[in-house]
Design a protein around this ligand. Structure first.
Ligand SMILES: [Zn+2]
Ligand SMILES: [Zn+2]
Length: 170
């Protein structure tokens, strides 16, 4: 995904990209991407040598509910921005880790890496199918949203149960 800086007019440029679900940059994403991810990109060059790239991300993925493990659709609808600053060499200290140095003669900016990084960092690892999801029975695996099972359920917290079991063992 390349932003062509020569297309800036009045210090602004709007462009867009689509990431296909099978794009190699999504390898290892961890949730299944089922539709293309849309990126609306706006570049502003307010002050000399500095480009602010704002990326609006729209898409969705399918993960597993953290309680009942059923598939759940997760919407991605967010925005982030990346700042690029022209510098004479890549070693130039810009003093801000969030600013990416680019060559002063650069006519384009490649945004694959920051986009990939953002997508992976912001991935919802623990989605919920519903705020009231009843989860699944730890004994028989029954999805308790669908029906109750016949397992005896201890009302005490599982973790304390494990502790007291230890205590009575010796
Ligand atoms: Zn659930
Ligand atoms: Zn059960």
């Amino acid at each position: 995904m390349i932003v062509d800086l020569s297309r800036l007019s009045g210090g602004r440029l709007k462009t867009g990209f689509t990431i296909a679900p099978d794009d190699p940059m999504l390898d290892g994403y961890g949730s299944q991407i089922t539709e293309p991810i849309q990126l609306d990109v706006e570049v502003t060059n307010a002050t000399g040598g500095m480009y602010v790239v704002t990326v609006n991300v729209l898409g969705s993925s399918v993960g597993s509910c953290r309680r009942c493990l059923e598939p759940v659709k997760v919407t991605i609808d967010d925005r982030f921005w990346v700042v690029y600053q022209q510098s004479k060499s890549a070693d130039d200290e810009i003093g801000d880790a969030d600013v990416i140095p680019i060559d002063p003669k650069a006519t384009e900016i490649e945004i694959d890496e920051p986009v990939r990084e953002w997508l992976f960092l912001e991935r919802n690892r623990f989605p919920l199918c519903d705020k009231r999801c009843a989860g699944m029975c730890p004994q028989c695996g029954q999805n308790l949203n669908q029906k109750e099972c016949d397992c005896e359920r201890d009302e005490t917290d599982e973790r304390w149960g494990a502790l007291s079991a230890l205590r009575f063992d010796d």
